[in-house]
Design a protein around this ligand. Structure first.
Ligand SMILES: *Cc1c(COP(=O)(O)O)cnc(C)c1O
Length: 484
């Protein structure tokens, strides 16, 4: 048996490359990243041609390994190249992502040291770091104490945790579901609807509150609905507002809605996955002030703090509401006693073992300080206003409302023919071009193009290029229509 153990040990030792090998691997990865970042300055933001890539991703996982250089080649050709480059400043679609370099280093340190971020007993430092970040964000939105939160994988899971806390806090058990009423906007993110479904609340009554011309919930209309529902013997329990909708960047009147939620004893959930970090900017602070009235808030550092994908945060005003929904124990955990001063993420969220996400956020924040983050966000607000102004100066284009945050809706209005069809062809033409990446949406049946500035590499030059491309492509689509 000893012989066999030693033989296996020799084979398994391949999993632990020595210092020289590690240095060589790191150098190769470093080179790859440097090449990538240089290319990102000049490369297109969107590569629609999916066919040029070969099929090495389908190669079987075999007994023998492959050298790192070959694997990086496969990654470059088959993963990096096709589709969207979310690390590019030309990403102006959906809600753009980030990719701060020190976050990657933070991930690397987190992974090499493999700190356990689920339970304080095992990883007191990792948990303290997560809690310090939660405290910072809670204070940022105006909370003093007693709150808790979680670094989740993204806004979708963060919203789910908030909705589940709302459900349990308001005691919406199966018998209560048919008369329980949720109020929200038709522009709320579909992940919130998904969260409602996953939380077992799909049979609740959902009321779409009427929106004003800026796509904000109208408080008076909400109160009418609530009163009618109370009259009808129903149980209004949850109000969902948006601190920046995905479609148009609309911020609901958070204070007025918060007052109504308080008056009628509703749980007040604010989805700020896109917009909440604009509270850092003097220009938009006032729009977001009322967020402090929320019972639960979602904010996505992988959007508003320019982090790479994989970090969305939920904050809940009363930590007890998170414990109620998530605190359970197994016997195998009996040594992992909880600490009276630090909350363990595992006690207040669905995850036990989890990625040590704190490090990818803490490192860039501490390294750079807040000032460049504030500047980057303010720059994006101004770029959106700039785009809104300039796009209307290009022949044929009209724009939606002045952006509240950094999303602009606009479209081309042809003198004849179907406008929706024209704009569909226009967005397709920009995709085929690929130098910038734009997206569209449908608002009240009208096909609208969207411009969203949130990638930290988006600057004035990018926006000017985008305007130039839109002018070029609109003429192209116009010309194609004439010859067809
Ligand atoms: C992006 C977004 C979400 C979803 O967050 P993910 O991080 O993509 O899961 C939810 N709400 C809003 C308003 C968003 O913009």
């Amino acid at each position: 048996m000893i012989e066999r153990i030693k033989e296996l040990e020799q084979l398994a030792l391949k999993l632990e490359p020595n210092g020289d090998l590690r240095k060589d691997m790191l150098e190769q990865v470093h080179q790859y990243c440097e090449d990538f970042l240089h290319r990102t300055d000049t490369d297109i933001a969107f590569q629609r041609d999916y066919t040029t890539t070969t099929q090495h991703l389908q190669d079987p996982i075999s007994e023998e390994g492959t050298d790192l250089g070959s694997l990086l080649k496969i990654y470059r050709a088959e993963v990096e190249k096709p589709g969207l480059n979310p690390a590019s400043g030309g990403h102006l679609a959906y809600i753009p992502g980030g990719g701060l370099y020190p976050s990657a280093l933070g991930d690397m340190i987190a992974a090499v040291t493999n700190r356990y971020a689920g339970v304080f007993f095992g990883g007191p430092g990792a948990v303290r770091m997560e809690n310090a970040l939660i405290r910072w964000m809670g204070e940022l939105i105006g909370w003093k104490s007693g709150f808790a939160g979680n670094l989740a994988s993204g806004g979708s899971i963060a919203n789910l945790i908030g909705i589940v806390a709302a459900r349990d806090s308001k005691n919406i058990t199966s018998a209560a579901i048919p008369t329980a009423v949720i109020y929200g906007s038709s522009h709320q993110h579909h992940c919130v609807n998904k969260a409602i479904n996953i939380a077992g609340l799909r049979e609740c009554i959902f009321r779409h509150v009427p929106l004003n011309e800026h796509f904000q919930i109208i408080p008076e209309a909400l109160e009418k609905l609530i009163n009618a529902d109370i009259q009808a013997g129903l149980n209004p329990f949850l109000l969902i507002a948006n601190a920046g909708t995905t479609d148009t960047g609309a911020v609901d009147p958070l204070t007025a809605l918060g007052n109504l939620a308080q008056k009628h004893n509703l749980w007040y959930h604010v989805d700020g996955a896109y917009g909440a970090f604009f509270i850092l900017c003097d220009e938009t602070k006032h729009l977001l002030q009322g967020i402090s009235m929320a019972d639960s808030v979602v904010m996505d550092p992988h959007k508003g703090l320019f982090l790479p994908y994989g970090l969305g945060v939920v904050l809940v005003k009363d930590s007890q509401d998170l414990f109620r929904s998530h605190q359970l124990y197994g016997n195998y955990m009996q040594d992992a006693t909880s600490d009276p001063t630090e909350i363990s993420p595992a006690e207040i969220s669905p995850e036990l073992t989890k990625h040590f996400r704190g490090m990818r956020m803490w490192l860039p924040l501490r390294l750079f300080g807040l000032a460049p983050f504030r500047a980057g966000l303010s720059e994006k607000l101004l770029l959106a206003r700039y785009f809104h102004e300039k796009i209307q100066m290009i022949h044929g284009f009209v724009a939606g409302p002045v952006p509240q945050l950094s999303v602009v809706t606009y479209r081309y209005v042809p003198t004849k023919g179907d406008a929706n069809d024209f704009n569909k062809r226009l967005v397709a033409a920009t995709h085929a071009d690929g130098r910038v990446f734009l997206s569209s949406t449908t608002i009240d049946g009208i096909f609208m193009l969207r411009f969203a500035a949130l990638a930290f590499r988006t600057h004035l030059q990018t926006v000017n290029l985008c305007l130039q491309i839109l002018e070029e492509k609109s003429l192209e689509v116009l010309g194609a229509g004439k010859t067809a």
